[in-house]
Design a protein around this ligand. Sequence first.
Ligand code: NAD
Length: 363
Amino acid sequence: MLPPPLAFVHEPSPQRIVFGASALVRIAEEAERLNFSRIMVLTSPEQVPQGQAVAELLGWRAAGLFSEATMHTPVAVTERACVVARQKQIDGLVAIGGGSTVGLGKAVTLRTDLPQIAIPTTYAGSEMTDLIGQTADGRKVTERSPKIRPKTVIYDVDLTLSLSPMGSVLSGLNAIAHAAEALYSPDSNPITALMAEDGIRALAAALPAILTDPTERAGRSEALYGAWLCGSCLGSTTMGLHHKLCHVLGGAFNLPHAEMHSVLLPYSLAFNAVGAPGAMAAVTRAFQGRDPIIAIVDILAKSGARRSLSEIGMPADGVEATVRTVMEADFPNPRKVTAEALSAMLTTALHGETPDRAGFAAA
Ligand code: NAD
């Protein structure tokens, strides 16, 4: 039987993607395509050697290295980077690192209009979105702006080899969360659905392979490919309860980003399964017919990652305030969210208990 007639909007973003092992060697050529002649390389304090390697490859075009990228994009750091950019008459940014470093690049672009080349080294997906979350005075505020999408993204699998097996699993599950929510997003369309399912398929196969042999490039490459697709889904659709909860929890309790997504994902899927049977069927196909909730819990357990919100820093009395904030927020979700059901779900996740597939007391 044919599906019902289609109706959708799809707006592809004009980004150039360069993907492959050793793709980083093309950085000078890519900078030239964008007419960059005075480049500021951005990175985190931990990734200075990678930043220096990029500066070396850029040669005379490299005009500075700013290595203060920090989780949650603090405005104070961004402002320092903007001062340096002005002093050095920078005309282009190259960010190498995870979501925090790409986020710093976006925050600088927002204020200066400087274009960015992103070289992601995790699977967080920020390089494919027009979203930026910035923190000031303990509050994280998210906004969208088309100009902050990096012009070019270089995915070099070699740069992910240093990501620990557990770090790869946490980051990979963060990516899967983007695609899972894209599948039931109100602005999902046939293209995002294809990308989401294949992104999850790639990561579901790659993460166990990375745990088995972290030095094997095939698994790393497949994971990075999946991350690209999942990040594209995040950039093209509106996220639901899972991302809203992570935003609220991250802001309130400063929980580690990828770990928080990973701990929560099985609970979010169990919560929404009843409201999004089509999406769950796609996620199950992507996991080769395995129950995705069991498969994700299994991958997490094998990686040795922490499995409850309390273990990663959420206080036991934090549930009520989180439920209140989420209930006040506006976000799309395939299943109606009630305070009772959300409270049951969060309490279960707080203690790392088995996700309740029956719909958290069907409250
Ligand atoms: P991260 O960028 O904070 O990196 C975590 C740590 O891992 C850092 O110390 C980093 O230097 C290190 N690291 C990164 N790549 C490495 C590698 N290959 N080898 C060894 N160490 C490496 O972590 P993340 O999870 O990538 O990003 C999280 C941040 O990104 C959050 O602030 C989140 O809000 C943001 N984010 C934004 C979007 C968006 O669309 N705006 C999407 C996803 C995440």
